[in-house]
Write a protein that binds this ligand. Structure first.
Ligand code: ZN
Length: 339
């Protein structure tokens, strides 16, 4: 298991802080709150019989936390098993399948680690837990409080985002701080939205380019956690505050909050990805981004990222894998965000 340098939650800390400040119960629980879960997992799997591996596929294994902070508590659905009566279990299972399919079919990548790693999904984490996260080895989803956020398993782009943090961990392993951390967040958003567009048959032109629109509660309809098309405009609400994302280097966040702005400055590369997708299609942009991810280093910053994307674009155009227009479109997209 390659070591993860992040605790990657979909709801950024500034948003959580605003909710707490405004008296919203965000739900208790942290990734390290559950002790002994590995032992329980072994026991549960043994009690339900061995899981049969599928050729070329990672197994999806869904656990119900039963509203506790104990993960891998009760095994409720594994690969190939019939649907559950619990919609959260089925959402987690189905969406993990879509993510796995996208990586395999479009990017030629087998599961999270390219080696068929099992996909472990925990649902009903804690009580009214307003978040979902990847902790280096598994996904965990809260139910939301039903007011600000609803069930976090409801969103394919959230599932794609969290699992893509796992893919980043097994490729560039971008350090979860400052600009490398913002690139880590960016990759999770880009892959998440690309997976959603692919699964729903959307294009760069027809997608809303919103991350997390499906988990917003009744008070926040029409808002989202982030907008890749128009960073900084996803939400503006008394309980949540205002979307802090910049879409240009001129407004780069340089403070200490949010691991030095990982969920804030990701708006800049997000905008680049949106613009390139509009120019060459999201699938082509995703291929370019993913091939580049394989050569990035843990400390790559935005400038290094731009250099690497441009170099990879040339290589892929020369190999006939991308249209010749890609190079000009990439240049112009980076220029638009001041990079
Ligand atoms: Zn994230």
């Amino acid at each position: 298991m390659k070591k993860c340098n992040c605790f990657c939650s979909i709801i950024p800390p500034d948003m959580v802080d605003n909710l707490k400040k405004n008296g919203v119960d965000v739900g208790k629980g942290m990734a390290n709150a559950d002790r002994g879960f590995r032992m329980r997992r072994k026991l549960k799997i043994a009690s339900m019989g061995a899981i049969q591996p599928l050729v070329g596929n990672a197994n999806r294994i869904v656990y119900d936390c039963q509203h506790t902070t104990n993960r891998q508590l009760a095994l409720v659905r594994n690969e190939g098993a019939a649907a559950s009566v619990d919609v959260s279990v089925n959402n987690a299972y189905d969406f993990a399948g879509k993510v796995r399919e996208f990586y395999r079919t479009v990017l030629g990548w087998n599961s999270i680690d390219n080696n068929g790693l099992d996909i472990i999904l925990n649902v009903h984490y804690s009580k009214k837990y307003n978040n979902a996260f990847w902790d280096g080895s598994q996904m965990t989803f809260g139910d939301g409080d039903g007011v600000i956020f609803v069930d976090f398993t409801k969103s394919l782009d959230v599932a794609g985002h969290e699992m893509s943090h796992g893919v980043v961990q097994y490729t560039a392993n971008l350090t979860y701080s400052g600009q490398p951390g913002a690139l880590n967040e960016h990759y999770a958003d880009a892959m998440g939205i690309a997976i959603k567009q692919y699964a729903l048959g959307q294009t760069a032109q027809t997608s809303d380019w919103l991350v997390g629109a499906d988990i917003m509660g009744p008070q926040l309809q029409g808002m989202a956690i982030r907008s890749m098309k128009a960073p900084g405009t996803a939400y503006n609400h008394p309980l949540l505050g205002r979307d802090p994302q910049p879409d240009n280097m001129a407004n780069l966040y340089t403070g200490a909050a949010d691991n030095r702005g990982v969920h804030i400055n990701s708006g800049i590369p997000n905008k680049v990805f949106y613009l390139v997708s509009i120019g060459i299609t999201t699938v082509s942009a995703t291929k370019l981004w993913f091939e580049t991810l394989k050569v990035l280093k843990p400390m790559t910053n935005f400038k290094g990222f731009k250099t690497a994307i441009k170099k990879m674009a040339k290589k892929m155009v020369n190999a006939g894998k991308l249209p010749a227009t890609t190079i000009g479109i990439v240049d112009s997209a980076f220029a638009t965000v001041g990079l």
